[in-house]
Design a protein around this ligand. Structure first.
Ligand code: ADE
Ligand code: ZN
Length: 342
């Protein structure tokens, strides 16, 4: 696999990295999807792994979300959630993602009657195993913005007994018709309960949604945020405040935010001093894990070593870690750099 990577990505392969924007349901790969569908007698419109992968051609965010929620509907019991998390944490181990922040969307499982306790029991079992090899994992309680705010508030309440499992809340799903302004009470309540705050904004929605996520929701991080380029004043402001953007290059191309990777603006934003990071979003659907996202930047945008390192450092700067945890991650990075210098 690494033989196919360019020299910068090969250098990054064993470098300690963080991944901060990963929907766990988006890491459900075709073989596991099909085996769980069979286990639970769920009928899907696919007969083979090839059929599943052929279906993953998207025109926009909604065309992806339709298949994403269909895929997640096969997750039913504790073992399913355990295996799903175990699969992703194995990717972390292989790709040297020493710290990850994973979005969990319990509202997705409600139609199947799956309780949050079942979901978290499975996830926690896999996370505890991964901690034995030193993996650092935090979970983000992510809400579905196509649902009413009252449903989100009910889920926030239902998550209270599991408060210690989550470091932050997030806001995902269809962006354009569901602006940040609709979720002000949710964010106020979550802040009062001590959650850190992030939200998807400026992916398909306009730059004004980034502004509103900051001003109306009080987030300290933005998921995607690439449409900041449409608001020069906001772009300058983010260069000063360094509110992080968790950018997902392959996702942006697969969901037609950009026509192709050469149009992606992440390196310009990095150059301007914004705290942009690289992430995989939904790797099973978008053709690659974290390293493949870096490889795309090397291949199509000629990302060099110093840009790659700045993106990796931003990942640790942007993480919802305590200062001690952050220092440990940066020390691991610096040890790698001492052996594999720029
Ligand atoms: N849920 C999973 N992936 C998403 C994305 N890229 N945007 C919004 N919601 C999502
Ligand atoms: Zn996302």
């Amino acid at each position: 696999m690494t033989a196919a990577y360019g020299p910068v990505t090969q250098w990054l392969a064993a470098m300690p990295k963080a991944e901060l924007h990963l929907h766990i349901d988006g890491s459900l790969r075709a073989p596991r999807l099909l085996s769980l569908a069979q286990k639970h007698g769920v009928t899907l419109p696919y007969a083979s792994v090839e059929d599943v992968e052929a279906a993953y051609e998207f025109d926009d965010l909604q065309s992806f979300l339709d298949l994403y929620y269909l895929g997640a509907s096969v997750l039913r019991d504790e073992e399913d959630f355990y295996l799903l998390m175990q699969d992703y944490l194995e990717v972390c181990r292989r790709q040297h993602i020493i710290h990850c922040e994973i979005m969990v969307e319990p509202q997705t499982y409600l139609p199947q009657g799956v309780a949050l306790g079942t979901v978290l029991q499975g996830f926690s079992r896999a996370i505890t195993e991964a901690m034995h090899w030193g993996q650092s994992v935090k979970l983000i309680l992510s809400f579905l913005r196509h649902l009413p705010e009252s449903d989100c508030l009910a889920m926030l309440e239902a998550a209270d007994p599991y408060r210690e499992h989550f470091c932050a809340i997030g806001l995902a799903s269809a962006e354009r018709d569901f602006p940040p302004a609709n979720f002000q009470t949710l964010y106020r309540e979550a802040a009062a309960r001590g959650y850190a705050l992030t939200a998807h904004a400026g992916e398909e929605g306009p730059a004004a949604f980034i502004r509103d996520a900051l001003d109306l929701l009080g987030v300290s991080r933005i998921d995607h945020g690439v449409r900041v380029v449409e608001d020069p004043a906001l772009r300058e402001e983010l260069a000063v405040t360094r509110v992080p953007l968790t950018v997902c290059p392959l996702s942006n191309v697969r969901l037609c935010v950009y026509g192709n990777m050469r149009e992606h603006r992440i390196l310009e934003l990095l150059q301007d001093g914004l705290c942009v990071t690289v992430n995989s979003d939904d790797p099973a659907y978008f053709g690659g894990d974290l390293l493949e996202n870096f490889a795309a930047l090397e291949n199509d945008l000629a990302m060099d070593r110093s840009q790659a390192l700045a993106l990796v450092r931003n990942g640790f700067e942007a993480a919802f870690l305590s200062e001690t945890e952050r220092a440990d991650c940066i020390a691991a990075l610096d040890r790698y750099l001492a052996e594999h210098p720029l």
